[in-house]
Design a protein around this ligand. Structure first.
Ligand code: FE2
Length: 377
């Protein structure tokens, strides 16, 4: 068995956690048209528009829409002019994730600890304030053009950050029961996984949580390798994927080709009722990968008794996996933009802390059918 799970991931691996994280603060996307992207996440994913900044609030070069559901906060940012790093990011990558922002008590200290250990500086600690209080942020580089922003909002009670205008009522939002971010997955280039595992280990103080090799994650055609890194308290989990040799182009290579480099592949969003959440998302137009009937005829024998009716799971295309702690249910959207890059996972954990290893084959075959339709297999 090539999969390992750290015995108790909730215990820090180091005597003192030099980078204590309270969770994910927000995910910032750079997109071509933030107003329309925001409508998609509000109407289809059930996120509520809570704050805005743009020309009307004195922001001259960009517009940002802050969306929230449960503890999940997305920021959609677009450039207002072509001579901007946001426009450059969108030109190269298409719509994609610029920052996985992390919630800390002391952004300055987080920046000092990580840059001292070799992180590349993106933005030195800076404090801004408005009538709601003050926030300190600082940023470091991660894989590709992705960054981590440390956010200390302990002295702030506004809707997002200083300078953002509060939106009190969203007439568009159709909530679907999404609660928090379970994990964020990065795709990196050939033979680069261990370099980024070292980065999260040495620079950010994360520990190895689980790993999968190409024996776990391969189909007839393609393969990949993955290591899951988790911070000391286990609140933040970053699986890192790299392509492995196969007969055809793997999904990771397809991503790297179209994103034009490493970047965030998918974000897993947790729900406490996956049947209701996925039903609502499908009704609201979100497209998910489809799974063949044979998966469900073998399911009961593979995972044993579960609370959810199997015909309902099959109707929605939800996958199930069990380990010695319990089981989990998961489903994957198609990419949410025209480039085959970023997609989402919806996950409900019932005891299991795993990532659905028993589903990898069915899942990757489903992705390969989509790659084939795009002419990229
Ligand atoms: Fe995942």
């Amino acid at each position: 068995m090539s999969t390992t799970t750290r015995p108790d991931p909730l215990k820090p691996t180091l005597p003192t956690d030099f980078l204590p994280l309270k969770g994910t603060d927000h995910i910032e996307f750079y997109v071509g048209n933030a107003r329309q992207a925001a409508y998609f996440y509000r109407a289809a994913f059930g996120m509520s528009l809570v704050a805005y900044s743009g020309p009307e609030t004195g922001q001259r070069d960009r517009a940002s829409y802050v969306l929230q559901q449960g503890k999940i906060r997305f920021v959609l940012t677009t450039a207002l002019r072509s001579d901007s790093e946001i426009a450059r990011h969108v030109h190269i990558h298409g719509d994609g994730i610029r920052s996985i922002a992390l919630w800390v008590d002391d952004a300055r200290q987080a920046w000092i600890e990580t840059t001292m250990r070799g992180a590349r500086n993106i933005q030195e600690p800076a404090t801004s304030s408005d009538e709601y209080g003050r926030v300190t942020t600082a940023s470091i580089a991660a894989y590709g053009d992705t960054i981590h922003t440390f956010v200390d909002r302990g002295h702030y009670n506004g809707p997002f950050l200083p300078g953002f205008q509060t939106i009190h009522y969203d007439a568009v939002v159709r909530p679907v029961g999404l609660l928090h971010i379970d994990h964020c997955v990065g795709n990196v280039g050939w033979n680069s996984m261990n370099q980024w595992v070292d980065f999260y280990s040495h620079v950010m103080g994360f520990g190895l949580y689980q790993h999968f090799d190409d024996n776990d994650i391969s189909t007839e055609y393609s393969a990949l390798m993955s290591k899951v890194m988790a911070n000391g308290n286990g609140y933040v989990k970053f699986p890192i994927n790299e392509p492995a040799e196969g007969r055809r182009k793997s999904q990771i290579e397809e991503y790297l080709d179209f994103y034009q480099g490493p970047g965030v592949q998918h974000i897993a969003l947790a729900t406490a009722d996956i049947l209701a959440t996925v039903s609502a998302m499908q009704d609201q137009g979100v497209q998910f990968l489809t799974i063949p009937h044979s998966y469900y005829s073998e399911l009961q024998a593979r995972v044993g008794a579960i609370d959810e009716p199997i015909d309902e799971l099959e109707r929605l295309g939800i996958l199930v996996d069990r380990d010695n702690e319990g089981y989990m249910l998961q489903i994957f959207t198609r990419p949410v933009e025209d480039r085959p890059t970023v997609f989402y996972e919806i996950i409900q954990r019932k005891g299991s802390r795993s990532f659905g290893k028993g589903n990898f084959k069915a899942l990757f075959e489903a992705i390969e059918r989509e790659q084939d339709r795009r002419g990229n297999l």
